[in-house]
Design a binder for this molecule. Structure first.
Ligand code: NAD
Length: 518
């Protein structure tokens, strides 16, 4: 049979810029089997040796940064600056962070026992690799998202089969190449190319865990497929992140954040600012600032160093943005700037758009738009802002803007999301120590940070008995006497008042000094 190919398409021009061999779904069982053999040898390597290779990966990423950012920009459309400051920076920092910190994060932990009955034991928690991980990723951060999981996965001793998005096969191929160049064992990180059918086949080949990042609809299919085989999974899904602007916020700064948070990566980020609730007393000024700043943005090809907003990934994505806007306008929203396709620039361009007078009956306010739209709604107070922010099936992240730190913390505590930023947007995604993940329709589990690493290991508890020649008081040989002694023992542990506890000590010893008939 002839190999089929995936095309890498430049969204700025619609031109085909590369062709990559697709993986046949039928090959996945063999690929997984091979991964299992490679993983066993890899897990036998000392943790420090695995981490040393991560430092080499960091050096390779750094040395090839120009070429990598160019591939990201050409395949994904984002401005070159964003390929460097988001995708490459996050990948470099993740390699650096896990190279240094994994030995500490995975150090076995001693578990002291509080209960007198088990004081003769010592416990330890150890962290073991899961085995082979299936990692399925989207196109919007085609380097940062896979690297954010693959790096800690291999540090923890796993092998990886990565299925990058079919829209960014070139970036996917680069991931594999970078690990090999850094000196990781051949095929420790395998990349399978193709669409949903290859992702589905990867799950059917039964990896030990799946880490999926993508849309809610696909996430549901992934969760169902994993459930059929009882494969655990992490789901990093969509968002509808709210930004709350209180009247005392620095409006100059908050409006710049709103514009950047809505239009970076052309609004195609899971943690984009998708909804803004601003206190009515300052709404007019805030809107004015947002409109003026949006109108100044330079729309164009990501290759041009002055471009601030690039094309969307595909024309179908632009269709979705248009349909959300049409629906909003039909229900009374007003577009203050932007709102149009720009076929004169290329097939996937859409102007950065500010829209006001929005409400929750509009798709724009309850479905993920994933495009360059900044939607602002004026609210009476923080209470209303919190209520509306929480009125969403999603719960990925959000932000609150105020000069009053205490108030910011109180609002943050009430938002039903996985992360809140006070006086910043989105940047927590690039902080290695910050866990990333959502609630509700935004998914479950975490990536990044110590908690993300914990998703990639098996936790094992190891118990050692220090009194190995002593039969246990709870073993067979039950009789009336033992029942009474055990009751005294419970008194020693739990009776209210120390007198009663002390007076029961003698009787409780009958649980220890007894004859075991069996
Ligand atoms: P998508 O769901 O269309 O595809 C994601 C991946 O799943 C792709 O690799 C795709 O080929 C694969 N896939 C499709 N069908 C599959 C199946 N049946 N079984 C297994 N895999 C399958 O998402 P997308 O368009 O690539 O990405 C955009 C979405 O991702 C947005 O909703 C965005 O919010 C979300 N996202 C979430 C995060 C996060 O961390 N929470 C980060 C980035 C993007």
């Amino acid at each position: 049979m002839l190999a089929t190919h995936l095309e890498s398409v430049d969204p700025a021009t619609g031109e085909v810029i590369g062709r990559f061999e697709s993986t046949s779904p039928a090959d996945l069982p063999r690929i997984l089997e091979h991964a299992r053999r490679v993983q066993e040898e890899w897990a036998a390597q000392p943790l420090r040796a695995r981490c040393a290779l991560l430092r080499r990966l960091r050096d390779v990423l750094y040395a090839r940064r120009d070429e990598i950012t160019e591939v990201i920009t050409r395949e994904c459309g984002k401005p070159r600056f964003e390929a460097l400051s988001a995708d490459l920076m996050v990948s470099l920092d993740t390699a650096s962070y896990f190279a240094w910190h994994t030995p500490r994060l995975l150090r076995p932990e001693t578990v002291p026992h509080h209960n007198l009955a088990v004081k003769g034991k010592s416990g330890r928690i150890v962290y073991e690799p899961c085995g082979v991980l299936g990692i399925i990723s989207p196109w919007n951060y085609p380097m940062a998202i896979p690297m954010g999981v693959v790096i800690p996965a291999v540090a923890a001793g796993n092998a990886v089969v990565l299925k990058p998005s079919e829209l960014t096969p070139w970036c996917g191929a680069l991931v594999r190449e970078l690990f090999e160049q850094a000196g990781f064992p051949a095929d420790l990180v395998q990349v399978v190319q193709g669409g949903g059918e290859v992702g589905a086949a990867l799950i059917e080949a039964k990896p030990d865990k799946v880490v999926f990042t993508g849309s809610v609809a696909t996430g549901q299919r992934v969760a169902e497929a994993c459930a059929r085989h009882l494969i655990p999974c992490v789901l990093e899904l969509g968002g509808k992140d709210a930004m709350i602007v209180m009247a005392d916020a620095d409006l100059e700064v908050a409006s710049s954040a709103a514009v950047w948070g809505s239009f970076t990566n052309c609004g195609q980020a899971c943690v984009s600012v998708e909804r803004i609730y601003v206190e009515r007393t300052v709404a007019e000024r805030f809107i004015e600032l947002c409109v003026a700043k949006t109108a100044k943005l330079k729309l164009g090809s990501g290759i041009d160093p002055d471009t601030e907003v690039g094309p969307m990934i595909r024309s179908a994505q632009v269709d979705r943005v248009e349909s959300h806007l049409r629906d909003a306008v039909a229900h009374g929203a007003r577009v203050l700037t932007g709102g149009k396709r720009r076929p004169d620039l290329g097939p996937c361009y859409f102007e950065p758009t500010v829209v006001v007078d929005v409400d929750h009956s509009m798709r724009l306010m309850h479905e993920e738009t994933f495009g360059p739209v900044l939607a602002i709604r004026a609210v009476s107070n923080g209470e209303e802002a919190v209520r509306l922010a929480n009125d969403s099936p999603f719960g990925l992240s959000g932000s609150v803007w105020t000069r009053d730190r205490e108030r910011g913390r109180k609002i943050a505590a009430r938002l039903k999301v996985g992360a809140v930023m006070i006086n910043d947007v989105m940047s927590y995604f690039g902080i290695c120590e910050a866990p990333h993940g959502g609630r509700g329709a935004s998914g479950w589990g975490r990536t990044h940070s110590r908690l993300g690493l914990m998703e990639l290991v098996q936790v094992k508890y190891v118990d050692e008995d220090r009194l190995s020649r002593w039969p246990k008081s709870w073993w067979f040989g039950y009789d009336q006497e033992l029942g009474v002694a055990t009751d005294r023992f419970l008194e020693v542990l739990f009776a209210p008042g120390w007198r009663r506890r002390v007076s029961s000590v003698r009787g409780a010893l009958g649980t220890v000094f007894r004859s075991h008939r069996i």
